[in-house]
Design a protein around this ligand. Structure first.
Ligand code: NAP
Ligand code: GDD
Length: 343
């Protein structure tokens, strides 16, 4: 086992859970930055510690924030990690239309804070940096499918614009001061750990609750949008592989398969023996001022140079998420039954 130290920003998020799991399995000590919140935001990482009790002591959490450059510089200086994974972001595209400046401060200026801290550390000790870039940078423009590292960027949201800035800051630090910094241009990746307001998880949570009689409708936006959905557990492996290469570079990570939101709905409801048309209502509040219509990645470069490929199919991903959320819905139904019997 290697004795290496990683620092993960965004450790409490979906990818933070899977990346921490992977790094612990590889023998790393994992430091993570968490934000102070009025409600607990560590449920995923707490669950991981329960799942891996022997490794739990190798997860060390620190309060901090990507927008607080001073705390970030201090943490990077004190921890002196071998690898930094910058996963922290205001990651919701729809919300970025409501909070464009905040999204810029976290996703672009925050990434710059990480790179600047890494540059200073790199003067005394080598450090490698992963930047969580995104297929949103391509904007899904007509005629660009499939998108590869050579596809021009055309961001369609404040989120996408901020991520383009972070992408180029990462390239700039690599070119100007020789920092080992990589952009992973990841297409949508999902899991049972996915945030509840992203479309796949919103659908699996609602459909399983409908199945258990806990909910009767599901309000949705644009069902025609198409995405290249992979499994987050597969994608974090690509992040790690990027930082093990002899040279830093940028890589598209994707499955190469595209499905519409409607196809995802059909797959989930059919698996639960329900007809989605009876429950889904279209609600304008979920539409975006500018939509990214089609994302589908060409990840040949990663497959050839990183030896990476996705292991989980679309159907397997749907099965994983439905099975997980059905267990949650059954627990909720049983608890509701207990509560009504006790009054
Ligand atoms: P996520 O579940 O929304 O997690 C985001 C993480 O960032 C959370 O830990 C969150 O903390 C943290 N965070 C937000 N603002 C912060 C701040 N100001 N300072 C410190 N931490 C902050 O996102 P994800 O799906 O794991 O995605 C990870 C990264 O990959 C993000 O940068 C995202 O933009 C990018 N990405 C995701 C996908 C995808 O399909 N999932 C695809 C391409 C790129 P709290 O828990 O306190 O909110
Ligand atoms: N969230 C949401 N809620 N999306 C909906 C809904 C709804 O009720 N109805 C339709 N959609 C459509 C959106 O308009 C979009 O076209 C698609 O479903 C996917 O939306 P999200 O799941 O919110 O993901 P995203 O593609 O906008 O962004 C995710 O993937 C990016 C990578 O391409 C996020 O994880 C980003 O952080 C990530 O960079």
């Amino acid at each position: 086992m290697v004795q290496r130290t990683a620092l993960i920003t965004g450790i409490t998020g979906q990818d933070g859970y899977y990346l921490t799991r992977l790094l612990l399995e590889k023998g790393y000590t994992v430091h993570g930055i968490v934000r102070r919140a009025s409600t607990m935001n560590r449920t995923r990482i707490d669950q991981l510690k329960l799942e891996m009790p022997d490794a739990a002591a190798r997860v060390i959490l620190h309060y901090g924030d990507l927008t607080d450059a001073a705390s970030l510089h201090r943490l990077v200086d004190e921890i002196a990690p071998d690898e930094i994974y910058n996963l922290a972001a205001q990651s919701h595209v729809r919300v970025s239309f409501d909070t464009p400046l905040y999204t810029q401060q976290v996703n672009a200026d925050g990434a710059l804070n990480v790179l600047e801290s890494a540059r200073v550390l790199n003067n005394r000790k080598p450090v490698r940096v992963y930047q969580a870039s995104t297929s949103e940078m391509f904007g899904g423009m007509p005629g660009t499918v499939p998108q590869s590292e050579a596809t021009p960027f055309h961001p369609r949201s404040p989120y996408g614009c901020a991520k383009v800035a972070a992408f180029y800051y990462t390239v700039h630090y690599r070119e100007s001061c020789g920092l080992f910094a990589c952009n992973g241009i990841l297409f949508n990746h999902e899991s049972p750990m996915r945030g509840e307001t992203f479309v796949t998880r919103k659908i699996t949570l609602a459909a399983t609750r409908i199945k258990m009689g806990l909910q009767s409708t599901l309000r949705m936006g644009n069902l025609k949008a198409e995405r290249d959905w992979g499994f987050a557990g597969d994608y974090v492996e690509a992040m790690w592989r990027m930082l093990q290469q002899p040279q830093p570079d940028d890589f598209v990570i994707s499955t190469g398969q595209m499905h519409s939101v409607e196809e995802f709905l059909v797959a989930v409801f059919t698996r639960l023996e329900l007809d989605w048309r009876e429950y889904v209502q279209i609600d304008p509040q979920y539409f975006r001022a500018t939509e990214v219509e089609q994302l589908c990645g060409d990840s040949r470069k990663a497959r050839e140079l990183l030896g990476w490929q996705p292991r989980t199919s679309f159907t397997q991903l749907v099965d994983l998420m439905v099975a997980h959320d059905l267990r949650l819905a059954k627990q909720e139904r049983d608890l509701a039954g207990l509560a009504s019997r006790s009054v």
